[in-house]
Structure formats: structure tokens, C-alpha cells
Design a protein around this ligand. Structure first.
Ligand SMILES: [Zn+2]
Length: 322
């Protein structure tokens, strides 16, 4: 067992068995051309990353035992679009994470948050949402090679089917993308990866009625434990923005037996953070530059800033309205 609580079982044998799934990256759309706006954004990200603020801040946070634990999420690997990242870029992300952060599993992060002890090293956990088959064919091999643990959150009603995800239909995907199968997930779990739930039907729990919400949370856990064996499992909210993560659904996930719940709010998790609300940062948008992804992980996340400003303004207007 490694210090971060993660180990690959029968590593060589599993690597060999997963190797046969490795496919060439699908020939998807290539990254669009860069504009001067992209260059200006990169200049800002570069300044943030290399002006000296980040190492100073992290040294201070380490000293007071409140180092940042960042959880990144991806969807697909192989293509290049809003939800897909080219395989070479994914490998580069892993190299960067390994160099700069302690790579831990989500279960280990949850233990640290529950334990409430000082967090001295900045750490990172990798997660995937939905359950696309390229997670096995494109991501597992680089993860194994890098020795980086990961959690795959799958919508169980899509496993072993060609059923398209609602966001792919909305984006006008020409053909349904292959989804993972139960034997794929069993193999990934044997390799040491965590398999968690992302509901059964990729339902937005922010708009679902109470009965549907409880079914989506409970039935997906039952399916995972039935097909893959009973073990501690975490849950991630589809879409995962504030409106999609109602407090009663978080409570329902805790009651159902999940050990942690993850959103997509952005931001970092520190000592004292709620283990039943683990924040995650989007690192899987293939259109983001390398500097943009690194800046997001280091704490300069425009999506998260927008969210905080919106919350601040709504609190203020609420107060003024009274
Ligand atoms: Zn999703």
C-alpha cells in the first residue's frame, strides 16, 4: 500500500490485460486556431502561475496545515472538444500533476477531510464522469503508467448500452459514443481504480422530484454493488452546478451509504471542508490551453470566480431587499 492509500493490484498482470484495450485516438476535430484573445488569456494565466504568488501562498497554507486538495474531472479522452481532451494532452496533465502535487485517491481525500488533521502537502485527485468507453481505451493506460489513482463516476443505466447521453444529443453528436461495459468496469476496479455513481439516468437532481431523486441515487448504488461487489463508493452530481446540487439530494446520498459527494463548483478543498461536498475543477475541456488548465488547478479558475461573484451579488441583493 502506498502512503496515499492507493495501490494497483497485480499491477503487471492488469496492465497487460488493459493494454489490449488501448486504441489509437479517434480522429476527432483538432483544436481550433488560436486568437489574440487566447494569447491574452494565456498571458494572464502565465503571470498568475509564475509571478511568485502561488509558491508563496502554498508555503503559507502548508505551514498552517491548510494545503489545497484539488479534485479535477474529465469526461472523455481521445478527441478534442468541450468534453474531450486529446490523449497526448491528458498524458501531459498527468506528468504535471505528478511533478507538482501529491496524487491521492478520492477515498484518501475523504479520509483526510473526515480526520480533520493538518494538510501539509498540496494534493490532487483525478475523477471522470459519465462512463465513456474511451476512459478504458485512452485514459487507463496513461494513469497506470503514471501511477495516478482515479475515480470513475458512471451513470449505471448507460453501462453496456449504446444509449447516448443527453448532453451529446443536445450537442448534435452524429453517432452515439460507446459506453463502458460491466466487464470493463470490473477490470478497472481490479486495477485499483474506484468506480462511483453518477445516478442511473444522468438525471439533473436539481429539477427531479423527491422520489426520482432518491431512486437515481439509491438504484445506481445498488447496481454498482450488485455488478462489481460491495465496497465504499462515492457519488458525483450530473452537471454539478449549484442549481443541480440540492441539499436534500446531498443528504439522500449520505443516507444511501456513499462515503463522499462531489460537485463541479470549482475551487479547492481544505482542512475543515465538508467531505459530503467535495469541489471539483474541470480539467477535461480540450479547448482550454495548457496554461489555463494549470492556472485553474493552481486556483485561478474563471468559472469559480464567476460563481463566487454571482453568489456575493445575490446575497447582497437579498440583504438589500429586506
Ligand atoms: Zn455527467
Amino acid at each position: 500500500m502506498t502512503p496515499n492509500g492507493f495501490h494497483f493490484q497485480h499491477e503487471a498482470a492488469v496492465a497487460q490485460r488493459t493494454e489490449r484495450f488501448v486504441e489509437d485516438s479517434p480522429a476527432g476535430p483538432r483544436p481550433r486556431g488560436r486568437t489574440w484573445v487566447d494569447a491574452a488569456k494565456d498571458a494572464v494565466f502565465f503571470a498568475f502561475l509564475y509571478c511568485g504568488y502561488v509558491p508563496l501562498r502554498d508555503a503559507w497554507l502548508s505551514l498552517i496545515g491548510r494545503s489545497r486538495a484539488v479534485v479535477v474531472y474529465y469526461h472523455r479522452v481521445g478527441d478534442c472538444d468541450r468534453l474531450s481532451k486529446p490523449t497526448a494532452d491528458f498524458r501531459r496533465d498527468l506528468e504535471h500533476l505528478k511533478r507538482r502535487y501529491e496524487c491521492i485517491s478520492l477515498a484518501e481525500l475523504s479520509r483526510r477531510l473526515h480526520g480533520g488533521k493538518a494538510m501539509r502537502r498540496r494534493s490532487i485527485a483525478v475523477t471522470f464522469d459519465d462512463g465513456y468507453r474511451d476512459n478504458l481505451t485512452q485514459a487507463v493506460s496513461p494513469l497506470l503508467a503514471a501511477g495516478v489513482p482515479a475515480t470513475f463516476f458512471v451513470a449505471t443505466g448507460f453501462i453496456g448500452t449504446r444509449r447516448p447521453f443527453p448532453h451529446d444529443q443536445r450537442d448534435g453528436a452524429r453517432a452515439p459514443r460507446p459506453n463502458l461495459t460491466w466487464p470493463d468496469l470490473a477490470l478497472m476496479q481490479t486495477a485499483g481504480f474506484e468506480i462511483g455513481s453518477h445516478t442511473t439516468d444522468h438525471t439533473n437532481l436539481g429539477t427531479a422530484d423527491d422520489q426520482t431523486m432518491r431512486q437515481q441515487i439509491g438504484d445506481s448504488l445498488t447496481a454498482l454493488n450488485r455488478e462489481l461487489g460491495r465496497r465504499p463508493r462515492a457519488f458525483s452530481f450530473p452537471w454539478g452546478q449549484p442549481a443541480d446540487v440540492p441539499p436534500d439530494a446531498v443528504a439522500a446520498a449520505r443516507d444511501a451509504g456513499y462515503y463522499a459527494v462531489a460537485s463541479a463548483f470549482g475551487g479547492a478543498n481544505r482542512r475543515g471542508a465538508d467531505p459530503f461536498h467535495i469541489r471539483r475543477v474541470d480539467a477535461g475541456n480540450g479547448h482550454l490551453s495548457r496554461l489555463a488548465v494549470r492556472a485553474r488547478i493552481a486556483g485561478f479558475d474563471p468559472d469559480y470566480l464567476r460563481l463566487r461573484i454571482k453568489r456575493m451579488l445575490s446575497r447582497r441583493s437579498h440583504r438589500d431587499g429586506k
